[in-house]
Design a protein around this ligand. Sequence first.
Ligand SMILES: [Zn+2]
Ligand SMILES: [Zn+2]
Length: 316
Amino acid sequence: MKNQIVENNQPDSPTSTNNDGLSINTIITAIIVLLPLVGTVIGMGILFYSGISSLELGLLVSLCILTVIGVEVGFHRHFSHHSFQTTTPIRAILTIFGLMAAQGGLVYWVIEHPRHHKYSDVSGDPHTPNLHGIGFKNQLRGLYHAHIGWIFEVLKSGDTDSSLLVKDLLKDPVIFRIDQLQLTWVVLGLLIPAILEGVITSSWIGAFKGFIWGGLVRIFLVQHFIWSTNSICHVYGSRPFKTNGFSTNNVWLAIPTFGQSWHNNHHTFPNSAITGLEWWQIDLGKWLIWILEKTGLVWDVKRPTANMIAARKLQT
Ligand SMILES: [Zn+2]
Ligand SMILES: [Zn+2]
């Protein structure tokens, strides 16, 4: 519905995840988590011995930006929360960039993410850090679960109206086909920087460094930026609004997450296209959506009104 904001849901009956053991999915997931870490360790070694060139820095930063846009503006704000409408080519580009981030497929994301809002920080939330008991050791366990551990758990089949959540995607053959080729996009995201630096420097060493910086280090950084909103932004930070759960705002993660670290704001107005509600709250996703809206490529952008924001503040 046009420009209508739905405020945060209240938890009802919980669902749960179960552990899949050492399945093929677990192995693939472990590779997707560990390979970027290995690449980053190699990158640190290269940095120590020979530094990083402006080309490599450019590949790293530009591909970080594009893939964070894919996940935050595409997977999250558009596909999961329907906070704005856009054209099929823009949806396709956002999907491809999001898949290059190696955060899982779009259909998986769209099914999984609403659980986090529906059951925030109670049983059924796939990645809450707040159900592991009290004390420092248990808090660390909770942070680990929210950051990485939850990824190794699989969805308990048949416990939600998944087909309803992805009905728009199932009706869109272009997006659905792109999502089915997710491994191809991950590999392309590794090969493109390798080919670019290899060609520009006319060397295999250049190709290897492009693969490391624009590929593996970039995936590592983006993974942990995005996962930090699950872990850090449900434990540390400010809570200007009262919501179900313990979501927080963290200014220092605002730029690398393209605004998702205004996470308490997001949980207050989950289907808003903007998360930075104050003038000083940097929300790069909001600015990108605004630019696309002005050029006519995006429409039906949902934003909370000043009265809605003020009303929620009064409840705190
Ligand atoms: Zn959250
Ligand atoms: Zn969300």
